[in-house]
Design a protein. Structure first.
Length: 660
C-alpha cells in the first residue's frame, strides 16, 4: 500500500455539490493513489494553492466569488490546472489555455468517469513541461557560462601569451565542437579534439580549407552566420546541420563570437550536438499523434463493430437460405467479404494506435500473399504489372492474417499512386537471418530469424525529407481531399505491434522498396479451420437471456439463436436483464458490457448473487482499454468481441452450455 507521501494530492474547486460528489465517486476506488480536497470558493482555493500542498488543481470555470481563470493564472507556476465547465465553449477553452490551464473538459458523465485518466495525463504533461523548462534554463546558463568564458579568454589573449596557452588548452579539451576560422571566408585555422571526433576529418584535412569547401556546413548556412556576425557581433543558438566526412548529418545549435588571435580578428565557432535530443523530441511528437489517432479509433470502434456484427450476421443467415450457385448467394458472399475487410481495417486502426488486440495464429506468409493476389491487382489497376514471388517453402510466422493483408493492400494503394502512368509492383518473401553485424550495419532489428516481406514499385520515388516522414500520422503528399495520411502509418503500427521492423529504400525517379521483417514462428504447423457455416454450427433447446442496448444487434443475435432451437429472452440494459433473470429460468446470459442504466459487469454481480453458478458470456465492441476503464471485468470472465460471426457465436454458446 502506498504511503501518504506517494499519494497524488488533488484540489477540487467545485461549488456544485452534485458535481463534487460525482468527482469524488470516480476516485472512490483509488484511495491508495489519490487524496482529494474539495472547496467551493475562489478565495479558499487561492489560499490553499498558495500553500503549495497540492499536486494538481481541478477547478470549475464559474465560482460564486469569481472565475476559475484567476485561479489558473495564480497557479500556473505552482501546479497543473484542469478547467471544468458545464457547457462546451471554444472561447472559454482558448481563454483557459492562454491563462495556463493544461486541459479543458466539459462536465458530462463519461468525462467524470474518465477523470483519473485526465488527471494522470495532465500530471504527465506538467512533468514534461517542468523537464523542458529546466533543460531550457540549463542551456541558457550554459550559454551564459560560454559567453563569459569567451569574454575572459578574449581579454587574456589581448594581454598575456600565457592566457592564450590556457585558452587553447581549454579549447582542445572542451566537450563541445569548437573551431577558429577567418572572418572573411571561414577558412579553418584551428579545431579541437571534439570537432575531429565527430566530423571524421583529420587535422591535416581541415586546416587551410573552408567549411563550405569541405561541405561541413552549406554555403547558405555559412552566409547566414557571417551576415549575423556583421550585424549583431555574435550568433547565439542558431539551428545548423553539420555534415561529417562519412555523410552523417549532425543536428546542432551554433554559437559564434569574434576573438583576437595574434592581433587578428577571428571567428570562434562553438556547436553543441543536439541530434539525440531532437530525436527524442520527434519521438514525443510521434507518440502524441499516435495517442490522438488512438482516441479517434477507440471512439468509433464500438458503433462500427456493432454495425459490422449486424451486416456479417445477416449475410451468413441469407447465405444459409440460398442454394449454392445462385447469383444472389455470390452477391451476399461479396458483402460478407467486404464486411470482414472492414472489420480488419478497424482492427488495423486499433493495432496502429496500440489499443486493440492482435488475433494471431501460426500462418504461412506465402499463403497470405497468394490469397490477396487478386485484391492487389484490383487495387493497382490494369496498367501496373503485378509480380508475386512467394517462396517455395512455407514461411511460418505468428501474425494476424487480416492485418498483414491490410499491410499489403495499403502498400499497394501507395504504389498505385506513385505510378500514375503504370509500372511494376513486386511482392516477394524470403528468410532473413539477423546477427549483431546486421543490426549494427542497418541500425535496426535484433538477432534472430525473420520472415522478410519485400514490396517494391517502379514509381516516382521519394527524396530523403519525404522518406523520413512517411510513417507520421496524417502526413501525405497528396492534395486536399485525396488522402488521409494514415495508410503507411497503419503499416508501421501493425508491424510494430507484431514485434517486427520496417525499412524503406527510395530514390526520386527510381522507385520505392519496403522491407518488412516479421519474427519467424517456432511451430511449423497450423491447424486447418472449417468454413464458418452457421448451418453446421451446433444448436440447442435451452433458454438464453440476451442483453444488448443496440436494437439491430439484439434482433440479429436473437434471430440466430432462435433459428438454432434456443428460446430467447431479451433485455435492453443491465437492470432489465437482472429483472428478466429473476422471472425466467435462464440457462445462459449473453450480455453486453457497456450499457446504459446498469452495465454488464454490475448486472452480472447481481445475477451471481441470485444464482452463484450462472453461466454468463460477455460481449463488447469497445477496445480493451475502454472496457478496463469502465468495468472492472475479471480476467477469468468469458468474453467474445464484436464483430462476431454467427458460427463463432453459436459455437461459443454451445461450449458454455455444455460446460459442467
Amino acid at each position: 500500500m502506498k504511503s501518504a507521501l506517494q499519494l497524488k494530492r488533488v484540489l477540487v474547486v467545485e461549488d456544485d455539490d452534485c458535481h463534487a460528489e460525482l468527482i469524488k465517486r470516480c476516485f472512490s476506488g483509488l484511495s491508495d493513489q489519490y487524496v482529494l480536497t474539495v472547496t467551493g470558493t475562489l478565495r479558499d482555493a487561492l489560499d490553499r494553492v498558495s500553500s503549495r500542498c497540492f499536486d494538481i488543481v481541478l477547478t470549475d470555470y464559474m465560482l460564486p466569488d469569481g472565475k476559475g481563470g484567476e485561479l489558473v493564472q495564480r497557479s500556473a507556476d505552482i501546479a497543473p490546472v484542469v478547467m471544468m465547465t458545464s457547457q462546451g465553449n471554444e472561447q472559454v477553452a482558448v481563454e483557459a489555455m492562454k491563462l495556463g490551464a493544461l486541459d479543458y473538459v466539459v462536465k458530462m458523465p463519461e468525462v467524470f468517469e474518465a477523470m483519473p485518466r485526465i488527471i494522470e495525463r495532465a500530471l504527465r504533461e506538467w512533468d514534461l513541461m517542468v523537464e523542458h523548462r529546466l533543460a531550457g534554463e540549463a542551456l541558457r546558463h550554459q550559454t551564459v557560462r560560454l559567453e563569459n568564458e569567451i569574454a575572459v579568454r578574449k581579454m587574456a589573449q589581448e594581454t598575456l601569451r600565457l592566457s592564450e596557452e590556457k585558452f587553447f588548452k581549454a579549447f582542445e579539451m572542451a566537450p563541445l565542437i569548437m573551431a577558429i576560422t577567418t572572418m572573411e571566408d571561414g577558412t579553418f585555422l584551428e579545431v579541437n579534439r571534439k570537432f575531429l571526433q565527430l566530423s571524421g576529418y583529420s587535422r591535416h584535412e581541415l586546416l587551410g580549407r573552408s567549411s563550405s569547401e569541405l561541405g561541413w556546413i552549406t554555403a547558405a548556412a555559412g552566409s547566414v552566420i557571417l551576415e549575423t556576425m556583421r550585424r549583431e557581433g555574435q550568433v547565439s543558438g542558431l539551428e545548423v546541420t553539420l555534415h561529417a566526412k562519412d555523410g552523417r548529418a549532425i543536428k546542432s545549435e551554433y554559437y559564434g563570437e569574434t576573438i583576437s588571435v595574434d592581433g587578428q580578428l577571428r571567428l570562434l565557432s562553438i556547436a553543441q550536438d543536439v541530434t539525440a535530443r531532437r530525436k527524442l523530441e520527434e519521438q514525443l511528437r510521434h507518440s502524441q499523434k499516435l495517442e490522438a489517432v488512438g482516441l479517434l479509433a477507440g471512439g468509433i470502434s464500438h458503433d462500427f463493430n456493432n454495425i459490422l456484427t449486424v451486416i456479417g450476421g445477416y449475410c451468413q443467415m441469407l447465405k444459409a437460405e440460398l442454394a449454392p450457385g445462385q447469383r444472389a448467394r455470390e452477391m451476399v458472399q461479396q458483402i460478407a467479404t467486404a464486411s470482414e475487410r472492414a472489420a480488419n481495417l478497424t482492427r488495423s486502426l486499433l493495432a496502429f494506435s496500440r489499443k486493440g488486440e492482435v488475433r494471431t495464429s501460426t500462418v504461412d506468409l506465402n499463403e497470405i500473399v497468394r490469397r490477396v493476389e487478386k485484391f492487389l491487382q484490383r487495387i493497382i489497376g490494369e496498367d501496373v504489372t503485378l509480380d508475386t514471388s512467394p517462396g517455395e517453402e512455407p514461411l511460418w510466422a505468428v501474425v494476424d492474417s487480416g492485418q498483414i493483408e491490410q499491410v499489403l493492400m495499403n502498400l499497394a494503394t501507395n504504389a498505385r499512386d506513385a505510378m500514375p502512368r503504370g509500372g511494376t509492383f513486386l511482392v516477394q518473401t524470403e528468410i532473413q537471418e539477423m546477427d549483431d553485424g546486421f543490426v549494427q550495419l542497418h541500425g535496426f532489428g535484433r538477432p534472430g530469424r525473420f520472415a522478410l516481406l519485400t514490396v517494391s514499385d517502379s514509381g516516382v520515388g521519394m527524396d530523403e525529407v519525404t522518406r523520413s516522414r512517411i510513417f507520421d500520422p496524417f502526413f501525405t503528399t497528396k492534395g486536399a481531399g485525396q488522402g488521409t495520411g494514415l495508410g503507411l502509418a497503419i503499416v508501421y503500427g501493425i508491424v510494430s505491434q507484431h514485434n517486427g521492423f520496417v525499412n524503406v529504400y527510395s530514390e526520386p525517379g527510381v522507385g520505392t522498396t519496403f522491407k518488412i521483417y516479421l519474427p519467424m514462428a517456432q511451430a511449423l504447423a497450423v491447424a486447418e479451420l472449417d468454413e464458418d457455416d452457421p448451418e453446421s454450427a451446433p444448436g440447442g433447446s435451452e433458454t438464453i437471456l440476451v442483453a444488448e442496448d443496440d436494437p439491430h444487434v439484439l434482433e440479429m443475435v436473437s434471430s440466430i439463436l432462435r433459428q438454432h432451437g434456443y428460446s430467447v429472452v431479451t433485455a435492453v440494459n443491465g437492470l432489465q436483464a437482472v429483472q428478466m433473470f429473476r422471472e425466467a429460468a435462464i440457462d445462459l446470459v449473453l450480455i453486453d458490457i457497456i450499457m446504459p442504466v446498469m452495465n454488464g459487469k454490475e448486472a452480472s454481480e447481481l445475477i451471481y448473487r441470485l444464482q452463484p453458478h450462472a453461466r454468463i458470456l460477455f460481449t463488447s465492441g469497445y477496445t480493451a482499454d475502454i472496457i478496463r476503464s469502465r468495468s472492472d471485468l475479471d480476467s477469468s470472465a468469458e468474453l467474445i468481441m464484436k464483430p462476431v460471426s454467427p458460427f463463432d457465436l453459436l459455437r461459443k454458446v454451445r461450449t458454455m452450455l455444455d460446460r459442467r
